[in-house]
Design a protein. Structure first.
Ligand code: SF4
Length: 307
């Protein structure tokens, strides 16, 4: 029944980690930027916006699918690489449509890039919040400008800072994705320290930690082959995570490093559980021997192509 709703997304249908229990409403296919070196999430899909009529059709199917549930739908996520790139008027029309089908919705989330947020005024963001926008998910990735520029992220540390501060001023909650290993071997320390310093000036609800994976179709593969980027091994990515965590000074944030790309699974509240998380990392560092790390690397990367 739902195949028709998500037909363009193929095997790469993804929503923010914090939105696993939200109903995903297709809004865009692919990402409006689609230039980050490490990314192959869009699988060659050119960016496309589904029109209101098409969204309406799919909402109709979703409505039928969820109508016999005991609890009404209260959480929705706009599906697509960055549906928040749409202008405010269109987003508002989409939200009104969603509310016609799911009147009990309390939160509407979306992936968003910093520039998608910065294109919206504070007034526009407040209007979207009033309609239920919250728990946005922003791929900050790194707090270091050299790393962001190398990977062609298209936004700077300052852009990320200004965008997230603007959300905070509008009281719109958000999570940030950050990526271990994005600086490779050369900029591992900078990735940890600069990302920690950026996040420490902000107040995300959740920090989602992922580890760089060399996807077969990502543009990064060429850079690795040419020796322009050296990936961290598993041990070094754990060390980077330790440095990141040591330098994070958060006020009230969940540190969620449970993503499947990570070497160790960690989750805890900051600042309260920082010492516990560091103890787990230290234990992992003590227990890993080189052989198991090498085997683990081979096991971990074999499906995702190698340089
Ligand atoms: S902004 Fe996100 S989805 Fe778009 S290309 Fe970059 S990593 Fe991929």
């Amino acid at each position: 029944m739902l195949d028709d709703v998500y037909k363009e997304y193929g095997g790469y249908f993804y929503v923010p980690m914090t939105q696993g229990y939200s109903v995903a409403v297709p809004v865009t296919i692919g990402c409006s930027w689609d230039k980050c070196l490490y990314c192959d999430l869009n699988q060659g899909n050119r960016f496309k916006v589904l029109g209101l009529e098409e969204i309406d059709k799919r909402l109709n199917i979703l409505y039928k699918f969820y109508s016999n549930r005991r609890r009404p739908v209260e959480r929705v996520v706009l599906a697509g690489g960055n549906p928040f790139c749409l202008n405010t008027d269109i987003l508002m029309q989409i939200i009104h449509l969603i509310r016609e089908y799911f009147p009990h919705v309390k939160n509407i989330s979306s992936f968003a890039r910093a520039d998608d947020i910065l294109r919206k005024s504070k007034e526009e963001l407040l209007a979207l919040k009033k309609l239920g926008i919250g728990e946005l998910s922003i791929g900050v990735e790194s707090g270091n400008d050299e790393i962001l520029a190398f990977h062609n992220k298209g936004v700077t540390r300052e852009d990320n800072y200004r965008a997230l501060k603007r959300l905070e001023e509008c009281n719109i909650s958000y999570s940030t994705y950050i990526m271990l290993g994005l600086g490779g071997k050369r900029l591992s320390r900078e990735n940890a320290i600069d990302t920690a310093s950026l996040l420490s000036m902000l107040n995300p609800q959740v920090i989602i930690v992922v580890t760089l994976v060399l996807f077969k179709n990502a543009r990064l593969v060429e850079k690795v082959r040419r020796g322009e980027f050296e990936r961290l091994n598993t041990l070094d990515s754990i060390k980077e995570e330790k440095l990141l965590l040591e330098n994070l000074q958060m006020k009230n944030t969940i540190f969620n490093a449970t993503h499947k790309t990570n070497a160790i699974i960690l989750k805890g509240k900051l600042p309260e559980q920082k010492a516990m998380l560091l103890r787990k990392i230290n234990k992992a560092l003590e227990e890993y021997d080189l052989k198991s790390i090498r085997n683990r690397d081979i096991y971990r990367w074999k499906n995702w192509s190698l340089e």
